[in-house]
Design a protein around this ligand. Structure first.
Ligand SMILES: Nc1ncnc2c1ncn2[C@@H]1O[C@H](COP(=O)(O)OP(=O)(O)O)[C@@H](O)[C@H]1O
Ligand SMILES: [Mg+2]
Length: 258
C-alpha cells in the first residue's frame, strides 16, 4: 500500500492552474524523484503535501498519507503531523531554522512537542541525531546558533530535525542545490541512509538529473504543472519517451555519460 497517494491534485491561484491534476503514489521506503524546469510546479506540489501553500493558493483533488485525507485535515491536526508523519528539507536551511535558538534545542523541540521523548531524553537524542548527520563535534554543534555553522552543516541540522520524528514521508526540495559540490554527495548519502533506516518514503525534488539517478527508484517529470512522463528512473533516463524529458536530459551532464 502507498504511504502517499496523490490523486488529481490541482493547485490554483484564482483561475490559474499552477499544478494540474497530477497523480502519483509513493510506497513505504520508496524514493520518488520529481524533476522539471524551474517554474514547473515542483515546490508547489511539495507545499501542497505539507499543507504549506502560500497565501492565496488553494489545492483540489486528493492527498492521502497513510490513508488519511490531508486536504481535509485541519491546521491544528496538520501541525501534529508535520515533523512527525511527514517532514521536509528545504533548499535554503536558513529560512527554516530559528536564528535565535540553539541548534540542539531545535532538533530536540519536535520530539518534545510530539511527545516522543521528555526534554532530557530529547536533548541527548538531538546530539545523537547531530552525530548521525555527521556534524564534526555534535556536542558543540548542539550549542551553536545556525549562523555559526556553514551552509552544509545547517543542511545537516535540517535533516536531523526532519528525521527526528521518524517520518513516514520525507520531502526534500532541492536539498543540495545551494551547497558546494564537495558536500552535496555526502548529504545525499545521509538522506538515503536516514530514510532507509526508518523505512521512510522519499519525495525528492531536483532539477539535477544526475542527482535523481543516484537517489531515486522512480521519477516523475513535471512540465507546466502536469506530469508528462513517469516510471523507473533508469528506464526514463535511458529511454525517455517524452520530448521534454529528452530536452532535460540533453541539457544535463548525464547525456554525455549515457
Ligand atoms: N504564491 C504564488 N502565487 C502565484 N503563483 C505562484 C506562487 N508561487 C509559485 N507560483 C507560480 O507557480 C509556478 C510553479 O512554481 P514552483 O512550484 O515554485 O516551481 P518550481 O519549484 O518547479 O521551480 C510558477 O509559475 C510560479 O511562478
Ligand atoms: Mg522550487
Amino acid at each position: 500500500m502507498s504511504v502517499l497517494e496523490v490523486s488529481e491534485l490541482t493547485v490554483r491561484s484564482g483561475p490559474v492552474e499552477l499544478v494540474r491534476e497530477i497523480s502519483f503514489g509513493i510506497g513505504k521506503g520508496e524514493r520518488v524523484g520529481l524533476i522539471g524546469e524551474s517554474g514547473s510546479g515542483k515546490s508547489l506540489t511539495a507545499s501542497a503535501v505539507m499543507g504549506l501553500l502560500p497565501e492565496g493558493l488553494s489545492a483540489g483533488g486528493s492527498i492521502r498519507l497513510g490513508g488519511r485525507e490531508l486536504l481535509e485535515t485541519s491546521e491544528k491536526d496538520y501541525s501534529r503531523l508535520r515533523g512527525r508523519a511527514l517532514s521536509m528539507v528545504f533548499q535554503e536551511p536558513m529560512t527554516a531554522l530559528n536564528p535565535v535558538m540553539r541548534v540542539g534545542r531545535q532538533v530536540a523541540e519536535g520530539m518534545v512537542l510530539h511527545g516522543i521523548k521528555d526534554r532530557r531524553a530529547a536533548k541527548a537524542a538531538a546530539v545523537e541525531l547531530l552525530a548521525a548527520v555527521e556534524l564534526p563535534d555534535p556536542e558543540q554543534a548542539a550549542r551553536a546558533y545556525p549562523h555559526q555553522l556553514s551552509g552544509g552543516q545547517r543542511q545537516r541540522v535540517m535533516l536531523a530535525i526532519a528525521l527526528a520524528g521518524d517520518p513516514e514521508l520525507l520531502i526534500c526540495d532541492e536539498p543540495t542545490t545551494a551547497l558546494d559540490v564537495t558536500v552535496q554527495a555526502r548529504i545525499l548519502e545521509l538522506i538515503l541512509a536516514g530514510t532507509a533506516a526508518r523505512g521512510s518514503a522519499l519525495l525528492f525534488i531536483t532539477h539535477d538529473l544526475a542527482v535523481v539517478a543516484s537517489v531515486c527508484d522512480r521519477v516523475l517529470v513535471l512540465l507546466d504543472g502536469r506530469i508528462v512522463e513517469s516510471g523507473d528512473v533508469y528506464e526514463v533516463l535511458s529511454a525517455p519517451r517524452h520530448e521534454y524529458t529528452r530536452r532535460l536530459l540533453a541539457a544535463s551532464d548525464l547525456e554525455g555519460s549515457r
